[in-house]
Design a protein. Sequence first.
Length: 270
Amino acid sequence: MKKLLLIFSKKIFFLKNLLEFITEFECYIAALWVKNAHKRLMFIHWGLPPGPEFFDHNIDLYYQWDKTKNPLWLERGVFGGLALKGGSVLELSCGDGFNAKNFYSHRSQKVIACDFDLKAIKTAKKKNSAKNIDFVLADIRTQMPQGLFENIVWDAAIEHFTETEIDLIMKDIKIRLAKDGIVSGYTIVEKIDGSKSLHQHEYEFKSKEDLIRFFNPHFTNVVVFETIYPSRHNLYFWASDGILPMSKESEHKIESLNKLSVENHSVSAS
């Protein structure tokens, strides 16, 4: 009996190794195919005019990330996700809907994601649909979806509007934000030479201070922070009349300052 079990175990081991080898090879071929397909898709989108109004983040996932080794395209979803309160979300200028599906829908009851670009909405519905997401065609300057939302996300889009439009949109955001709700989002700092990163951009921000001035008239608590890469200077924001993520009052944060750190700080400060 032991001999039969030993023979059986050896056959299973051999079969597992064989199946693993075959499947690993299959994965390699599939990944190579998908990578090159998305490389071609990026050329079609951005190499041939006219350029699109949104970016298909499956290109990041399957091609760009491996090519550049740059994780900045994921930061928006991660930092926006830190602000989620678990209820209803309104995403403004949602583009392809990648973040709505992969970062917001899993931790929220309902997501309404809107964009003025019909092609963006069609792409979102085709590639990033989920049961609790409604993708809506709407120009947020005149047709921002109605309702009361615990989170409003304005991600990689605030720079597509003029200063006057930003101020008017901010007022509409405030009306739709539930008590202690949080607005979060992302934008970029303009290039040193003053040229725009994309021709569709109406206003690119000069600094953290330049961005925060649009929020201060409307919200009690505002945080703007940055990440800097060789290719891009990113600005992220959280704004609310309530508690912000990572603040001292946040229930999700715990802070420790040991005695040695306090003593060292006191010596350096004096």
